[in-house]
Each structure stands twice: as C-alpha cells, then as structure tokens.
Write a protein that binds this ligand. Structure first.
Ligand code: GDP
Length: 551
C-alpha cells in the first residue's frame, strides 16, 4: 500500500541465496526510524501503544509507559523517576509492520522515544539526530504548543522531514482548515492533506483518502483497546452514507489541493511541506494510516556526512553514532548505557569496534535492545536500528564507533539552554571530587558547564534545556562521587552566543552575565527577552546570536 509507488514494495524477502551486500540493502530499504515530537498530553504514549497494537512488537526498550500496565523499564533504576512516574531515558521501540497481509516485504519500524514531560532535556533534542523522520503530534483542540514548536525547530535545523498527525479528533476541537492555517502561518511549513476527517472534531466517522478519493469508515471498539475495524468505500458510497459531512470533507481538501497544497515527495523531504493525517490515538482511528504513510513516504536510512567532508554510505562497513548516554543511578547496577544508532553495515553482537574519539577498541559483548529487568541481547542490527551498549564508560553523545573503514561523524551541537543554576559544594575538602564530578558530567553532556572569572572555578554555572537535568546532576554527584552539592537557580532565562569584542560591554549591562562554555563558546546569559530586546536596540553593534534551537 505505498502511496506513490516509490516505496520498497518490489524488493524480495532476504533469502539464504542472497549476497550479504544485497541482504544489507534489503534490510535498509525496509527500515523506517522515526520519533514523535509533541507537547505533553498530546497523546504520544497513547499513540505509541496504538502503533504497537497495529504491528507485531518484536522488542521493546522502555518506550511504552502507558498509564495502565506500565512496564518496568531501565528508568526504574532511578528512585527519583519512580517517585514521579516519568522516564529520564530516551530509548527505542522496534516492531515489524506489513502494509497489507499479502505485502511482499515486512517493514521494520524503529520508534525512538523523545523524553518530553518534566524530563525534557538535551537528550530530547539529541534523539532527533538518530531518526530519519518525525511525526509531529498535535492536539486538535490546542493546536501548536511550545514544546512541539521547539522540537519542530530542531527537526528543521537537522533537515528531518515531518509528518503531521492531528490527534484527538474524537473530541471537540478546531476546524481542520483553522489548524492548517495555524501550521502554515506560525511555522512556515505547508501542510498537505493526506487523510482528511469526515465529521467535525468530536464526531469522527472516518477518513477521506485524499490521494485516491476513497473513504475509510471506522467503527469504535470498547475503549479503543483493539484495532478499530475499517470499512472501505467508494466516493459514491461515502456520499450516500455520510451525506453533507462527506461533501464538506471533499470540498475542504479540494480547496487546499487547488491552492497548491498537495503532497510532493521532494518538497516533503526538503522540509517544506508536511503531509497531514487526522486521527484518534485513543480510538485507534487513523493509526494504520500513520504506519502506511511512514512506510510510503518517510525515507529509509541513508548516508551520513563525516567530519572530513566525506560520506558514510549505508553499505559501508559497520559504523554507528552514540546519541545518548545513561548512567545507572542504582548502586546495584552501576552501568553506563550508551545508545547508538547504526549508520552503516551490519552490527553483530560481540564484534570489536573502534571508538573513534579515543581510537581504542570496544567490545560489544553486552549489546542490548531491551532494557529493564529482563534485558535481552541483540544479535544483529542494521542501519537505522538502535542498540544499547553496557558499561560504555568512554562513550559520550556524538561519539562514533566503526569497524574496518575509519570514520568520525560530526559532534552533536549543543542546544539553547533555558535554565541556569550555580553549583556549589558545601565542604571545601570535597573540592577535588567535586571537580572530577563536574568534569565527568560535562563530558557526558548531562548539562552544559559555564564559567567566568568573577565566580571562579569553584562555582561553575550549569545550563540545561530542562530543569530535571539539575536534579540528575545533584543525585549523581551524591551517589557516584559522594559530593553534597547545592543548586542555586539564577535569574536568567536565555543564552546568546557572543564574542570577546562584545563581552566587556555586555558584562556591564544589568541582567546580563558572560560565561565561557567548556567548548570555548562565549555565552551571554540574559534575564529575559525584554532585557535582550532593549540591549539589541540600544547597542546593535553587540554580538548576540541565538544558539541552536532557540526556543
Ligand atoms: P502524552 O503526554 O503525549 O504521552 O499523552 P498521553 O498519551 O498520556 O495522553 C494524554 C491524555 O490524552 C490521556 O488522558 C489520554 O487518554 C488522552 N488521549 C490521547 N489520545 C487521545 C485521543 O485520540 N482522543 C482522546 N479523546 N483522548 C486522547
């Protein structure tokens, strides 16, 4: 059921007679790796469960945390997380999916979780370096919300194509055209209708398949616990069945198409347009359409640029990029888990790979795809897959692993922090340990560490994308380094990149303080956006550039 016929539907199943190279190509072609970007409560967990319900889940890595029947996951290591019922980690869920029972190939879908509640952190953004597409999940009543916007900006920056899903159509909400307007005018992304709702928000009957004009009518099941039965109808039958609601759906989507808003694969891949699906994760309406769209339109894993200006092709020898590191908080599991995305070649458990940053060999005997109490080892992984490595002490986000053919991928950029705290240690005799702890957390990319001469070395300032990162730092300082540290929140809310020439004048301004980040960047912290606007107006010659993903 590919929408444009360009999907991998003609590929053969891998067979024993195939050459390894051919087999690798087949594995790559059938994979889709994506993340859901959304604001808390838009329905990400509900959608994740619905997607898993529609597919045969083959492994699970802590991504599912539905309110009911929450499984114990790796995040249970952290008491802090247990108490709050949230997960600090971002991990992956992998499942098989067939677009139809007689489809020639079975797709492999990797859904990488974006931690996004109170645990919003730099990891949330970093996850997006590991995916090939994003599903932007929007609540039909609320429209675009702040966290969705921030994550969307990162997708834009990384050139990740975005599929839009308007969720909760079973509840009263805005009109579809209003939502389209909002997307277009606020983020400059042109939405293109793919599956249009029949029935207003709150009276969801089914979907008009905009590409072929047919109708998919859904039937509710008790509590949305099972896949909603679908009835397929021609336009004529739909008009008869739904009357004016069908006519409205056809008119509205035609209006958009005639104004040029139809799906165009190139524009979509270039991040200029976004195909839109209406649905209800809770009722399981439109969920199959999301999967089919991922298979038909989202790109399969592709080549990645390296630091030397070359390109690592998916068919090159094994390489992977680390996008997240999680340290075990529980003293009984003093593990460090590094999550890598396979970029090229075949990963085989036990293979010895080279860590590009240290040039040292790294044994992958303990590679995992499933975390938590019942850890399951992974035997093979292909480009697009996510693998966890245990006891990966030297690995940090952005690091490269490879075999045979040397490669190093560019580092992951650091993102615009919005929370700032001074870090202090209570007893002076712990200073050495404190220093080591700060260095370690900095190198892992848990927080950004800022310093200036006025505060001195003993009082660095920590900068984070989400406030939860500070709690992680305090907890790890205590459990791993035996240091009681205190955090003093500072009255700054944004950071701008500046330069040495501007730093002196900026340092004289009220509500501004200049710091050097560990990577050498000069950052001006500013109390609020009004202060920033004032300075920019009064002293336009000063350098104050937004950082990546300025929210
Ligand atoms: P998350 O915070 O994005 O993971 O959102 P959840 O999946 O936890 O959903 C937040 C709330 O919205 C829960 O009460 C869900 O039951 C509800 N919800 C999610 N999807 C839908 C939907 O399609 N329709 C309706 N009516 N409620 C939904």
């Amino acid at each position: 059921a590919t929408l444009d016929g360009s999907g991998p539907a003609t590929l053969d199943e891998p067979g024993p007679s195939k050459s390894p190279a051919k087999e690798l190509e087949t594995e790559v072609a059938r994979r889709r790796t994506f993340a859901v970007i959304s604001h808390p409560d838009a329905g990400k967990s509900t959608l994740t469960e619905a997607l898993a319900l529609h597919a045969r889940v083959i492994s699970e890595a802590g991504a599912i945390h539905g309110k009911a029947g929450r499984r114990s996951t790796v995040s249970d290591w952290m008491e802090m997380e247990k108490a709050r019922g949230i997960s600090v980690s971002s991990t992956a869920l992998q499942f098989n999916y067939q677009t139809s029972p007689d489809a020639e190939i079975t797709n492999v879908i990797n859904l990488v979780d974006t931690p996004g509640h109170a645990d919003f952190s730099e990891d949330t953004y970093r996850v997006l370096t590991a995916v090939d597409a994003a599903v932007m999940l929007i609540d039909a009543a609320k429209g675009l919300e702040p966290q969705t916007l921030k994550l969307f900006q990162v997708c834009r920056q990384f050139g990740i194509p975005v599929i839009t899903v308007i969720n909760k159509w079973d509840r009263p909400g805005q009109s579809p055209l209003e939502l389209f307007d909002e997307i277009e005018s606020r983020i400059g992304l042109t939405p293109t209708p793919l599956y249009w709702p029949v029935g207003i928000a709150g009276d969801f009957r089914g979907l008009l398949d905009v590409q072929d004009g047919s109708y998919i009518r859904f039937t509710r099941t008790a509590g949305g616990a099972t896949i909603a039965p679908e009835e397929f109808m021609s336009a004529e039958a739909a008009a008869e069945r739904e009357g004016v609601d069908w006519d409205t759906a056809v008119e509205e989507s035609d209006l958009l198409i005639s104004s040029g808003q139809q799906h165009d694969q190139e524009m979509f891949l270039a991040g200029q347009t976004s195909p839109v699906i209406f649905g209800s994760a809770m009722l399981n309406f439109g969920v199959r359409q999301i999967l089919d769209t991922l298979v038909a339109l989202a790109p399969s894993p592709g080549p990645r640029d390296d630091v030397s200006g070359g390109v690592r092709e998916v068919t090159d020898p094994f390489s992977a990029v680390v996008f997240k590191v999680q340290a075990g908080m529980d003293t009984a599991h003093r593990d460090r888990l590094a999550f890598m995305r396979v970029v090229s070649g075949v990963f085989e458990r036990g293979m010895v790979v080279t860590h590009s940053q240290t040039k040292k060999p790294f044994t992958t005997k303990y590679a995992l795809t499933v975390f938590g109490r019942d850890r399951t080892t992974v035997e093979n992984a292909y480009p697009g897959d996510i693998v966890g490595l245990v006891n990966a002490t030297a690995l940090a986000p952005g690091h490269t692993l490879y075999t045979d053919k040397k490669v190093e991928f560019p580092p992951i950029p650091s993102f615009a922090p919005e929370h700032f705290s001074a870090l202090r240690v209570d007893s002076a005799d712990k200073y050495k340990k404190f220093r080591r702890a700060v260095e370690q957390l900095d190198s892992e990319g848990v927080v950004q560490v800022l310093r200036n001469d006025i505060r001195g070395d003993a009082s660095p300032v920590l900068a984070a994308v989400g406030p939860m990162q500070f709690e992680v730092v305090t907890a790890r300082m205590k459990t791993e380094f035996g240091v009681d540290a205190r955090m003093e929140p500072l009255g700054y809310s944004l950071a701008r990149r500046t330069d040495a020439a501007s730093a002196v004048e900026l340092g004289r301004q009220r509500g501004v303080e200049v710091f050097t980040r560990t990577d050498g960047a000069l950052l001006a912290l500013v109390s609020d956006k009004w202060r920033l606007q004032y300075i920019q107006k009064e002293m336009p010659e000063l350098t104050l550039e937004p950082l990546v993903a300025a929210g």
